[in-house]
Design a protein around this ligand. Sequence first.
Ligand code: PLP
Length: 388
Amino acid sequence: MLSKRIQKIQPSATLSINAKAIELKKQGVDILKFGAGEPDFDTPDNIKDAAKRALDEGFTKYTSATGIVELKEAVCDKFKRDNQIDCEVSNILITNGGKQALYNCFMAILDSGDEVIIPSPFWVSYADIVAVCEGTSVYVDTTPNNFKLTAEMVKSAITPKTKCLILNSPNNPTGMVIEKEEIEKIAKLALEYKFYIISDEVYEYFLYDDKEMFSIGSISEMKDLVFTVNAVSKSYSMTGWRIGYITGPQEVIKPMGNLQSHATSNPCSISQKAALEALTGPQDSIKQMADEFVKRRNYVYEEMSKLPGFKLVKPEGAFYAFPDVSGAFTNEVNDSFKFTEFLMEKAKIAVVPGGAFGEAGNKYIRFSYASSMEDIEKGIRRIRDALL
Ligand SMILES: Cc1ncc(COP(=O)(O)O)c(C=O)c1O
């Protein structure tokens, strides 16, 4: 009796690995978890205090379904300040996490059979959201170019049905960043072939070495074609608060708000006040997190590269390492899913199989270094021992 639409959706692999690790932990097994897609830091105190104030002041009722005006203004200021994206309050929708921004956007632009180009490996939810919106995902394999998407790759996937391309830089799961020059070339393609770009920038502050953020939405000619999605989730360690936001052409943002008004109504009123503080208050917690992540990234890169059968491209952003582990495969353990099970059983560590991020990822695993340095050191030691 289930609809065809809902049968297209798979449960999130990241969440199910986490559930398995929690179950084993409950049984007393000493599992170290490297599957998480969230910073391991606490939400900063100034943000928590803003939420407490909202509660005390009785800010606990419905707000406008599309978010409070002060938060939309703060989002506009943030886009102008950090991303050079020109926008107004009418271009902004506040959502229940970045995920709902993406969902609303695909719901608003996709008709049955419209194609969405997804650079692969990709964050698990893109394909499922596209499927439920009755779109068709067209994957572009970035593995031959160290996970770096090029305009040429995009061009080869364009058809008359192409409605949209997803950009996700810094990238989950690969940690790679697309260079400004390449993004400019991709923008030219979108203008020539008239398709939308959804730029998912939730990891924007976690950039290492000399990497810089370049938002495609800052190219003024692209104003009518780009949606920029972001959230306070990763930037301020607020994954549980569920506040995301999106800017884009008004004629699409408005119907997205209508959809939201019938689906969830407003994002949590208290979380909106907390997000307002996050965006307008002190920003030093971001630097502290990024400084810590870069130390861990350096350690993971160095030590993981020495593991037998592991090959790792140095991650440039986010908090994930995505090693090619096919050199450690055996006759029985011969794909990323089996390798992940092997690591869970033998090394007592939880990672996410690369195959969960699309077929192109099946030689890889995703190791999140949003874990304490002590656990990371222990975890890599355990992998080494399991492989000997
Ligand atoms: C690439 C990417 N986009 C969007 C999201 C969704 O973030 P949120 O928790 O704000 O819904 C995630 C979360 O893991 C992500 O990795």
